[in-house]
Design a protein around this ligand. Structure first.
Ligand SMILES: NC(=O)c1ccc[n+]([C@@H]2O[C@H](COP(=O)([O-])OP(=O)(O)OC[C@H]3O[C@@H](n4cnc5c(N)ncnc54)[C@H](O)[C@@H]3O)[C@@H](O)[C@H]2O)c1
Length: 383
């Protein structure tokens, strides 16, 4: 994989990273204001076939859809659009089938392309459909939520939900390109922007560990400090720092996934805050956004680590203050059934026998232990 050096400030040109993925796919990842304008060039470079399906959400701004459609010249491609329902509602077998049928009715072949324009739910569904129809079409992702730009669109995991649980059916499948454009966040509700910030805070908490085990280079300033300034200011997507935060987050995820694509070891660092987070999402019936649940999870492992004397108290306070400053929750919602929460955590994929493998901040901000074993009998220490 080739990437340019970590920069936390870049206002002007879009930077493009080339990612040679685990399955020998070369993914172009363009980040920065205006990255979306690269779409037409990208389609030509990847030999996008003759047919292009654009998948979008009801909330996709008319302006973004129009821009994307006009970047796909009608003299070169037969373009169709399919709007799927908002949020998790589109990650179903029913909607997967509708996408397959759409492709079949329009006679898509393996050279053709799906463009996913939306948040993580659309990029997950589009990825699953692209990976399974005819055993693989081209996939290009234009993520429109902060969470999808820094996380869901990156790393090659696709999926839909089954009645028994979230993301239970899925594939590893890599897009040909990802165009992460902060200008698309102009229409994103603040609550969703904040949800994406939680994942960026996660990257800040694992930064030194990622730099130690991969070729990711630390910048002059740590991501945590840049984030702290961002959060202390009247932050939004237009702040040029936002593009830098997105770039650093994407780089970290690419390097981690490049080193450990199938989560044998290092990739676990990306699960910081997610064990309690996933359980919370489920027990709270998805009333919390993904980022809100992960924030409560990160605050919980931080407190655990301070209590275990693995992290200085002052660092623990800084982490919790940053989460709160970003507008994220750090405590369990009131009246939550704690027994259900513990039961849900005990079914986590990271369970190994009578212990749960947790990622916990340790030593100082930026360093994590991703092999910490919490005995099942002590799960209540987390909440
Ligand atoms: N594949 C992965 O590696 C991975 C990683 C993390 C999360 N995910 C998945 O991603 C999903 C969460 O991502 P998300 O928060 O982006 O979900 P989402 O797609 O539901 O988007 C959140 C909300 O923001 C709206 N939205 C998105 N972009 C907008 C824009 N520019 N303007 C206005 N509204 C906009 C959506 O319509 C939705 O209501 C979950 O399904 C999760 O499982 C996948």
């Amino acid at each position: 994989m080739t990437v340019s050096r970590h920069k936390t400030r870049h206002r002007g040109p879009v930077i493009t990273m080339l990612w040679n993925t685990a399955l020998e796919v070369r993914t172009r990842v363009a980040v920065g204001a205006g990255a979306r304008t690269k779409l037409s060039g990208i389609l030509a470079q990847i030999n996008a076939g003759k047919r292009v399906l654009v998948l979008c959400q009801p909330t996709t701004a008319v302006q973004w859809l129009r821009e994307v459609l006009s970047a796909i010249p009608s003299e070169d491609y037969q373009v169709t659009t399919l709007e799927v329902p908002d949020g998790e509602t589109c990650k179903t077998t029913e909607w997967l089938l509708r996408v397959w049928e759409h492709l079949q009715e329009r006679r898509f072949d393996r050279r053709d392309t799906i463009v996913a324009l939306g948040g993580g739910s659309v990029t997950d569904l589009a990825g699953f459909a692209a990976s399974t129809y005819l055993r693989g079409l081209n996939l290009v992702i234009v993520p429109t939520s902060l969470l999808a730009q820094v996380d869901a669109a990156i790393g090659g995991k696709t999926g839909i939900n089954l009645p028994a649980g979230k993301n239970l059916a899925g594939t590893f499948f890599f897009p040909k390109a990802v165009l992460a454009d902060p200008e698309l966040l102009a229409t994103l509700p603040k609550k969703q922007f904040t949800s994406g910030l939680a994942e960026i805070i996660k990257y800040a908490l694992i930064e030194e560990t990622v730099a130690k085990h991969t070729d990711y280079e630390l910048g002059q300033k740590r991501l945590f400090d840049v984030l702290q300034q961002f959060v202390d200011s009247d932050f939004d997507y237009e702040d040029p720092v936002c593009a830098g935060l997105i770039t650093s987050s994407i780089k970290m995820k690419l390097f981690v996934v490049g080193r450990d694509p199938h989560e044998g070891g290092l990739r676990r660092v990306l699960n910081l805050g997610h064990t309690l987070g996933h359980a919370l999402e489920k027990v709270a019936d998805y009333r919390l956004t993904h980022g809100e649940a992960v924030s409560i999870g990160m605050a919980a492992v931080t407190r655990l680590s301070v209590a275990l004397k693995k992290l200085p108290k002052a660092d623990g306070e800084k982490i919790v203050n940053l989460l709160e400053g970003a507008g994220l929750p750090v405590e369990l919602p009131p009246n939550l059934d704690k027994a259900k929460l513990i039961d849900s955590m005990s079914h986590d994929k990271k369970r190994e026998g009578e212990a749960l493998k947790l990622v916990i901040p340790t030593t100082r901000i930026g360093v994590v232990d991703y092999e910490y074993s919490l005995p099942m009998s002590e799960l209540s220490k987390l909440i």
